[in-house]
Design a protein. Structure first.
Length: 172
């Protein structure tokens, strides 16, 4: 009896792991403002009249996310149509550092941070850059520096202005 139970479970697991493939004939993209439908197709490396299984769709999703242009991507297959819904990351309109008079220190910070003007704004990268700025300032002897940030979001253009207000304090 126990042997039959094990065999039935094994067969069930084997049958449940079979994936079904879908042939994509058309693609619909919604939610994009700056990035065109054709660019999204290229980023995802999507081919028409190809059978796609779940693993292939996961690779497409990964390829699209790796561009850092989108904060959210959803897929929906309706027959032979792949519906893609995206939410774009805002573009950094400008990046301003106030409170640092030394051109050398300001240029060092601007060179080291990841977020730059005209790049996509990603919250985790912003926090990482903020931590990096604090470390650079500390390594230059300003241990009690205070950094306040502002992000001015323009919903209409889907852009953001980043402002770092730095109070260096006294050098140690």
């Amino acid at each position: 009896m126990f042997k039959k139970f094990i065999i039935l479970n094994f067969i069930f697991c084997l049958l449940s792991s079979i994936s079904f493939a879908v042939n994509i004939n058309d693609i619909s993209v919604t939610g994009n403002k700056r990035i065109s439908k054709e660019s999204i197709i290229v980023f995802g490396d999507i081919k028409f009249d190809k059978n796609y299984n779940q693993d292939d769709l996961n690779i497409i999703l990964k390829n699209i996310y790796e561009t850092n242009f989108f904060k959210k991507v959803n897929f929906n297959i309706d027959g032979t149509i792949l519906n893609i819904t995206v939410v774009e990351n805002p573009i950094i309109e400008s990046l301003i550092i106030n409170g640092i008079k030394s051109k050398k220190l300001r240029d060092l910070i601007l060179d080291k941070i990841s977020l730059k003007s005209r790049k996509s704004f990603i919250e985790s990268t912003f926090l990482s850059d903020l931590n990096l700025i604090k470390n650079i300032i500390r390594s230059n002897g300003y241990y009690f520096a205070d950094i306040k940030t502002e992000s001015l979001i323009n919903e209409k253009q889907n852009s953001v202005r980043l402002v770092y207000n730095v109070d260096l304090g006294k050098r140690a």
